[in-house]
Ligand binder design. Structure first.
Ligand code: SF4
Length: 324
């Protein structure tokens, strides 16, 4: 199996953002209150002893403007160990500028993660995202034309969003990406303290999805995404005490990502064979046995039988690379 380079994230809360998306509270999500400067990034990188994937998250990276973006990227090529690469998240339209793309293309980019919570204009408007879906799709085509590696950050459970609209978004993105694999982060929408979304929930204009809805919707979404050639690298926000203390609504659970991954796998199995038997790589055992045997229970529910009955039809095999 290809060894993944360790990631080193730097959080730039709201860095470059022109407005506030209704659900966003970067101080709660990242735990970082202040922007870290390129000089501070450099001082951390010069102490590393092996290459890293240096990540800039928490804002709209390319909206810092040409010279600031260059300062951050230069800090990596000048001070991180040779072989290090760069990953950052940004608004899709931030790369509509050709000179910005040309600048970015001179650096060792591992992935540009585009924030595309939805492509539905009504959802984007309710979320106060200043984005036009057609423009987003055009921008993506331009970025791909310049051979920059892409990933997407998507959401479910947003105001005005339905399961169908989110799956339609996936399909549109899959049509554009073609056979290339794109990293995918999926964030079920949480209502965080102090956000516009909290006000919307309190006024009754927004009703967050609950845990069960998020797991089922997310499971279907991830199953579809994998079959369309996306590579899920994260499901749900990173759990922390701070996050737990600031959630005011929505599907908050420390194991939400694992539960959605279990649901996705179970749906794939039952899609291939509703009655089994099922043979699965042993790296997935915890998806069946974890969290009160959540995966086994869902397999039994979808199969219309009992946990014991599906357990007897489920077996695991070691992958070749795990055999010493
Ligand atoms: S979701 Fe992204 S673009 Fe929107 S306010 Fe948060 S960091 Fe900025």
């Amino acid at each position: 199996m290809k060894k993944q380079m360790k990631k080193l994230p730097f959080f730039l809360p709201f860095g470059g953002c022109r407005g506030r998306c209704v659900y966003c509270s970067q101080s709660t999500i990242t735990g970082a209150a202040d922007l870290i400067s390129p000089e501070l990034v450099s001082s951390v990188l010069m102490d590393l002893d092996e290459p890293r994937e240096v990540c800039f998250f928490g804002g709209s990276f390319c909206r810092f403007g040409f010279s600031k973006v260059k300062e951050y990227l230069d800090s990596v090529v000048k001070y991180a160990p040779e072989g290090s690469r760069i990953r950052f998240s940004t608004y899709p339209g931030d790369l509509s500028n050709k000179s910005m793309r040309d600048l970015i293309n001179t650096y060792p980019i591992a992935c540009i993660e585009l924030g595309i919570p939805s492509l539905d204009p009504d959802v984007l408007s309710l979320c106060k995202r200043e984005a036009d879906p057609e423009a987003i799709l055009n921008d993506i085509k331009n970025i791909m034309h310049d051979s920059l590696p892409l990933g997407v950050q998507m959401m479910i459970g947003l105001p005005g969003q339905t399961k169908e609209s989110s799956l339609a978004d996936l399909k549109k993105l899959a049509e554009i990406k073609g056979p290339i694999s794109w990293d995918l982060r999926l964030y079920p929408c949480l209502v965080l303290e102090g956000t516009e979304l909290e006000k919307m929930m309190n006024s009754g204009s927004y009703h967050p999805i609950n845990l069960e809805q998020a797991v089922k919707w997310g499971g279907i979404f991830i199953d579809r995404a994998v079959s369309l050639g996306f590579n899920p690298i994260r499901i749900g926000l990173q759990e922390s005490e701070l996050l737990a203390s600031k959630v005011r609504g929505g599907p908050h659970h420390a194991a939400l990502g694992e539960m959605i991954a279990s649901e996705s796998l179970v749906r794939k199995l039952t899609r291939n064979s509703m009655t089994g038997p099922w043979i699965v790589p042993d790296e997935h055992i915890s998806k069946f046995t974890g969290h009160g045997c959540f995966g086994l229970q869902r397999l039994a529910e979808l199969n219309g039988t009992t946990v014991n009955a599906v357990s007897e039809k489920l077996s695991f095999f070691p992958r070749a690379e795990n055999i010493v």
